[in-house]
Every structure is written in structure tokens, then in C-alpha cells.
Design a protein around this ligand. Structure first.
Ligand code: SAM
Length: 204
């Protein structure tokens, strides 16, 4: 499928997203898909030439999926999680080469089950701020365990609420504001230390 990065999100996608927001506001977390400006900023920290395994959490209508599918090497693997059935089923039709799964809490089990290496990059659209603390902890444990040493976790949020938790998990965390998004968003770029290989092997 040809990707036109300048093509705006269609009305149908916006309506679908909004409908899902009305059904489950806490889970969906915003009224409209992310902007192109935010998508670009989310893709920027990733070394696309080297990434073998890429994970997306909270694909929604696929704003980031489209970019990832275009930027990744053809032989690299993308595993994408979206909890809402209709949005996930629609993406499955558009991206037959992508492995889609339902719930981000299954991340480690899914990668393991698919016989994939740990992820070079995990790109998250999950609305962590709406989740209970126990679910945030559960998903962050999965993210850390599923990420390669030296790998990068890129997440956007509409507040700085997650900053402290991310700094407690990753020693290298940077935050950038993207104003051209509804609402304006913060992009967190978190890198996993390279020297934790031994500890990871035990946790995997
Ligand atoms: C703020 S939207 C982001 C959608 C898209 N990435 C974007 O930027 O437009 C968050 C998405 O995460 C999904 N989601 C929430 N909890 C999830 C979970 N535990 N596992 C997978 N997806 C989840 C929601 O259904 C929703 O589509």
C-alpha cells in the first residue's frame, strides 16, 4: 500500500475514533487521532535502519502504524496492540504483514510466542494517565522486559504525570512538547541501559 504522509486523517477515521471515545473514554483517551506533527516526532528517535523488532501499543485508527510500516525495513517485524476490536480488525485488513494483538499487558508473552527477539523500539499511544496505577505498573514492567538493552521507548501523553514513573524505570528520559496536536502533547523518549543484559536474561 502506498503511503501519503501528507494525506490528512479521513473523516471516517475521525468519526470512528470519536465513536470509540464515546464508548470508552478512559481507554481511548482522546477525541481525535494524533496529528502528523506528533506522529513525526514519535518516529524521530528510532534508528530505522537497525530496528528488527518494533512494537506499537494503542494503535487506534493507525496514524502511527502507517508511519512505522513505511519507515521500517521491509524485513523488520511490527507487532501492534489495539484493545478495541473494530479498530484492530480494520487495521488487520490494511496491514496484512503486521502482527496484531489485543492487549498491551500481553506484550512479553506475545513476542515470546511469536519467536521474536526483544524490541528495538516500542512506540506507545496508550493513555497511561487514565489508567489505574496497578495497570500502569503492569504495562511498564512489560515494556521494560520486552525492550532490548539500548532500545528506545517512545510515548506521548497530554501531561507530565508519567514523567516520574518513567524516570524511575529508565535512567535516560527526555521530554518534548508538540504544540501542533489536539490537545498539545508531550513526547517522552526513554532509552534502556545497555549494560542490563544479564538482569534481563533472568526476567525474560
Ligand atoms: C490516545 S489513543 C491513540 C491512538 C493512536 N495511536 C493515535 O495516536 O491516534 C489510545 C489507544 O490505545 C488503546 N488502548 C487502551 N488500552 C489499551 C491496552 N491495554 N492495550 C492495547 N490498546 C489499548 C485505545 O483503544 C486507543 O485506541
Amino acid at each position: 500500500m502506498m503511503i501519503d504522509f501528507h494525506q490528512p486523517v479521513s473523516c471516517k477515521e475521525r468519526l470512528m475514533f470519536f465513536y470509540n471515545f464515546l464508548q470508552a473514554p478512559g481507554q481511548v483517551g482522546s477525541i481525535t487521532p494524533s496529528s502528523r506533527a506528533l506522529a513525526k516526532q514519535m518516529m524521530e528517535p528510532i534508528d530505522w535502519a537497525r530496528a528488527d523488532t518494533i512494537v506499537e501499543l494503542g494503535a487506534g485508527t493507525g496514524v502511527f502504524t502507517k508511519w512505522i510500516d513505511e519507515l521500517k525495513r521491509p524485513d523488520a517485524k511490527l507487532v501492534s496492540f489495539e484493545k478495541e476490536d473494530k479498530m484492530r480488525n480494520r487495521l488487520e485488513l490494511f496491514y496484512p504483514g503486521v502482527l496484531f494483538h489485543e492487549d498491551a499487558v500481553e506484550l512479553v508473552r506475545v513476542l515470546d510466542g511469536a519467536g521474536l527477539d526483544k524490541a528495538d523500539a516500542i512506540i506507545s499511544g496508550l493513555p497511561f494517565a487514565n489508567f489505574p496505577q496497578a495497570l500502569r505498573d503492569q504495562i511498564m514492567d512489560q515494556v521494560y522486559a520486552a525492550l532490548k538493552p539500548g532500545g528506545v521507548f517512545v510515548a506521548f501523553q497530554y501531561s507530565l504525570q508519567m514523567k516520574r514513573q518513567l524516570q524511575s524505570v529508565f535512567s535516560d528520559v527526555s521530554v518534548k512538547l508538540v504544540p501542533f496536536n489536539v490537545p498539545p502533547a508531550f513526547v517522552y523518549v526513554c532509552r534502556k541501559e545497555v549494560d542490563k543484559q544479564g538482569a534481563d536474561a533472568l526476567a525474560w
